[in-house]
Each structure stands twice: as structure tokens, then as C-alpha cells.
Design a binder for this molecule. Structure first.
Ligand code: ASP
Length: 330
């Protein structure tokens, strides 16, 4: 059953009764540091420098919200993330839940691929205590850095029982987004994340946590068995785009490399960013027909918006790819 929108909630608890929250650090701009002389502007910063304990130390007051257990999973720029990170995070959350079933979890992450990790975790984790991803657009050294506030808010959401059973959430800039909907839609703004036409699930601010709309169908851990995949052999799922002049050359090159054994693993699926609601250039379509004949799965999605209805309802192309990767993991 899906939880319904709630009114504001907060934690009037004493220190001894504080909820427990696991914070998993993975890097990103939230852990970024700019060079001497550029500290305040953040220009030329390097992502994934500060350790997770330095991030929580900067989130003043967070110790009054929850008792934190801190773990550094990696410290990378999330543009360089690998799918193996999704499995590692899911395993850490599962192990934490086995020890502290009511304990929420926060993942500090780079903003670039946060939407991929969030959707992967939504598919990998059964509904339960809150799992909240957060990020920042300004490095930790910048004036008015957004990381400490985002982390503080993420812990508040993770510690709040009202956030239970809502799937994996993303918290940034006072908004709470569902993993299915969220995207880094405005990369030049500090409030970079949005949920498109659907809007955020709710808000976290001075009044507390408020959910303001029904949750879209979440991943519900329906690919949780991927966590136990024996060999962690990922299929090859590539993205191609339909556009003026799309002649299918990329698809044919992939097929040829697959056939010759040059491409390892061989191509197993294509996610096609179609024009409009999912139309495809006739020349690209001819190449896609060859791919289908060769046993490659082809999924066409709208290039400018989320899928509507069906298996991938609400997902953008990169999240469709995430889902196909997890479905094909062996
Ligand atoms: N490239 C950075 C990352 O994704 C961007 C960020 O975190 O805002 O790690």
C-alpha cells in the first residue's frame, strides 16, 4: 500500500532516544574542494576530496537530529561511477537494516549520476526505513556551500518515520524527490534537481517534513535479487539518439563489433532516445531492425521527457538503461 501525503512532522526527542542513521559517503561536489585562492568561488574544484566525517562535521546541528554511523564507500566524481557502486551501496544498506531495522540511511553522492544511483537503489532495496540520496552543486569550500544544508535535511528525512516505505528519495534545496522522477535538470543552478511535470514529493524546511503528493509507483526492490548475482557480469546496454540525419551508422558499428567479438560483453540492448513521443528516423529504424534480428533488445523512449505508461512509466532514458542493466545482471 502506498503511503499518502502527510502533514508536517518533526522529532521532539531527547538525545538518548535519537533515531539512528547510517551515512554512506561516495564523493561528489558535496565533498569537493577548490584550490587555494579559489576557495570561496569554488572555481576549479576537485570533487570527492573530503571524507564523510568532514561533511557531517560541517552540517551544524545534525547531531541533534540523529545518531550517525559513518562509512566511506568511495570518494569519486560521480561522472566516473560504475554500476558496481549500486550493488555495493545496496549491500551496505541491507546489512545496516539487518542490524538496525528502523535505521534510515543517507548517501552523499555526486549530482551528475545521482538519478542513476537513486533509481538503481529503488529497484534493489525492498521498501523499509528511509534511504535518502543527497548532493551539492557548490563544493564544500565555497561561500554559501549548499552541501551542509542538503546533508542536514537528508538526515532529517532519513530519521523521520513519515519517510518510511516511500522508496529511495533524493533531498536537495529543501525538496524531496522520488527516485523515479528526479533528474539533474538545471545543471547551471544551485537548485539543479527537479521532478519535471510531477513536481517534488514534498518539502523539508523550518516547518519540518511535508509530503504533498502521492508517491508514483516506486521500484519496491523488485530487482533485489540482482544483489546476489554470482558473477556480477553486466550486460552491454547502449544509448543511441534519433535526430535529423540519424543514419544508423552507430548501431551498425556496435553490431559489427559485437559479431566479431571486439566488443566485450556483446551488445544486448539499445535504449533509443526517440523524437517526440518516441518516433525514430527511418534510416536509424532500418539499423534497429537489424539489431532486433540479431537478438538485441530495443527500447524506444522519448528523448525530451519521461516515458508515459508501461514498464518504464516516468523514467528517462538513463534510468531505463539502469533498469535493463540490473535486469540483465548475471
Ligand atoms: N561532477 C560532480 C559529481 O557528480 C558534480 C556534482 O557532484 O555536483 O560528482
Amino acid at each position: 500500500m502506498q503511503p499518502s501525503p502527510s502533514s508536517a512532522s518533526s522529532h521532539p526527542l531527547g538525545a538518548a532516544e535519537l533515531p539512528e542513521v547510517l551515512v554512506l559517503g561516495t564523493g561528489g561536489t558535496i565533498a569537493g574542494v577548490a584550490p587555494e585562492g579559489q576557495r570561496a568561488t569554488g572555481a576549479g574544484y576537485t570533487a570527492g576530496v573530503l571524507a564523510v566525517d568532514q561533511l557531517t562535521a560541517a552540517a551544524a546541528g545534525v547531531e541533534q537530529v540523529a545518531r550517525l554511523d559513518l562509512r566511506q564507500v568511495c570518494n569519486i566524481d560521480s561522472k566516473d561511477a560504475q554500476p558496481a557502486l549500486w550493488l555495493e551501496l545496496a549491500r551496505q544498506v541491507r546489512a545496516w537494516r539487518a542490524l538496525v531495522p528502523a535505521g534510515g540511511c543517507v548517501i552523499t553522492h555526486g549530482s551528475d549520476t545521482l538519478e542513476e544511483t537513486a533509481w538503481a537503489l529503488d529497484l534493489l532495496l525492498e521498501p523499509g526505513a528511509p534511504v535518502v540520496c543527497t548532493a551539492a552543486m557548490l563544493p564544500a569550500t565555497a561561500l554559501s556551500a549548499d552541501g551542509p544544508r542538503n546533508l542536514f535535511d537528508a538526515v532529517r528525512v532519513a530519521a523521520d518515520p513519515a519517510a518510511r516505505g516511500r522508496g529511495v528519495l533524493c533531498v536537495a534545496h529543501g525538496r524531496v524527490h522520488a527516485a523515479r522522477d528526479v533528474g539533474k535538470l538545471y545543471p547551471a543552478r544551485v537548485d539543479a534537481f527537479a521532478s519535471g511535470e510531477r513536481g517534488p514529493l514534498g518539502f523539508i524546511d523550518a516547518r519540518g517534513l511535508r509530503f504533498t503528493r502521492e508517491l508514483p509507483r516506486h521500484g519496491a526492490g523488485r530487482l533485489a535479487s540482482a544483489c546476489d548475482a554470482a558473477g556480477a557480469t553486466w550486460p552491454r546496454v547502449e544509448l543511441v539518439c534519433s535526430h535529423a540525419g540519424a543514419d544508423g551508422a552507430l548501431v551498425r558499428a556496435l553490431l559489427a563489433a559485437s559479431r566479431s567479438g571486439q566488443l566485450q560483453p556483446a551488445l544486448s540492448a539499445l535504449v533509443v532516445l526517440g523524437t517526440g513521443g518516441g518516433t525514430v528516423h527511418e534510416q536509424l529504424q532500418a539499423a534497429l531492425d537489424e539489431a532486433l534480428a540479431a537478438g538485441v533488445r530495443v527500447e524506444v523512449v522519448p528523448r525530451n521527457g519521461p516515458c508515459e505508461g508501461g514498464e518504464f512509466d516516468g523514467l528517462n532514458a538513463v534510468k531505463v538503461r539502469v533498469q535493463l542493466l540490473l535486469q540483465g545482471l548475471r
